[in-house]
Design a protein around this ligand. Sequence first.
Ligand code: PMT
Length: 405
Amino acid sequence: MTPFVDLKGKRVILGVTGGIAAYKAAELLRLMVKEGAQVWTVMTKAATEFVTPLTFQALSGNPVRTDMFSPLQEGQIEHIALADLAQVAIVAPATANFIAKLAHGIADDMLTTTLLATKCPIVVCPAMNVNMYNHPATQANLHVLKERGVWVVEPEEGELACGWEGKGRLAELDTIVETARCALSPQDMVGERVVVTAGPTWEALDPVRFISNRSSGKMGFSVARIAKRRGASVTLISGPTALKPPPGVKFLTVESARQMRDAVMEHLEEATVVVKAAAVADYCPLEAKREKIKKESEIWSISLGRTPDILSEVGARKGERILVGFAAETHELISNAREKLERKNLDWIVANDVTYPGAGFGRDTNKVTLLGRGGVVVDLPLMSKDEVAWAIVDKIVESRRCARG
Ligand code: PMT
């Protein structure tokens, strides 16, 4: 298994330049420290006009660099030491001036010098006035940075501190942190177009009632997040959940099994990988009443019919695609899952013992066994759903390599 990547234990440079969003960098730092990262902040002189270095020092527990000429440790060339030590560098907010300097190799302060010297991935998060952002000079500079492999986190649209409306607000902090995780991860899913399903389906009885199950969507959302983190382009088709979709993922919501089937089929042509983590209802009411059903008799019987088996339909049109199904089981885990693997024509099935403490519906952790064709069995311990998703993506990468020969 390739090592799981998040920010835990990672050495991060946080560059802060002089924009009004500089105050948000303090919260960004806090989020990264909370995840277990070690962060060293480097501020431009202008940034110190907005927030004091002491804030970043207190939150990170590390000294803050603002100056090239007063090294914190005698005998060390500060910017080189920092550049060599970092595993990822994030600049948030990044001003138009900083972006121009980085694009042109100008190294006239501690931040630009350190970034010119580092070999680690760089994440740049622009935040500025909409006209400055749209200016051809800024756009050309960002283009240069992207071409050079710098990760640029596009700013968001909205009301700007300068009074203008438009694109220029610092991206959401979750998106910035996720981009840092992407920058640290193997990009072995680039070129794959992954369709993931997640969550439950709701099968309507009447306008207010439905039949459903306990799926929260967490497992499927994790698969979407990790496939994206490793470079895939991802479409997440989800039944009703309370979750926020992972950044950078195309997100579609559906309610019923029928709607999920239609959405999957609509995206099947373009998909190179399909992962079906959704807990799709197997049965739905034969008829959904148009009006609320009245409470009349003591016993209420409902007639149910089969829903479309989406995975079987995808399996029948598999082609070169890699297909991964899930099997939520309460008994005979391996034999039941293997039967589904064969019958639905899958490459992998994730056998999910939903009776295991801490595993299955609604939990943040899961306990699964991955079953592949030809009798492959990978029994995984209880782990976070993101880690389970990482192991699944490993198997997808492995299958693709085998298929390419
Ligand atoms: O969402 P969480 O709270 O994080 O919980 C995660 C989970 C327990 C829902 C997930 O890990 C899981 O096991 N998902 C599959 C649940 C399920 O429906 O299993 P199944 O054995 O009934 O279905 C087998 C496979 O066929 C699944 O990939 C399912 O998506 C698919 N299927 C099932 C019925 C149907 N009509 N169409 C389908 O495509």
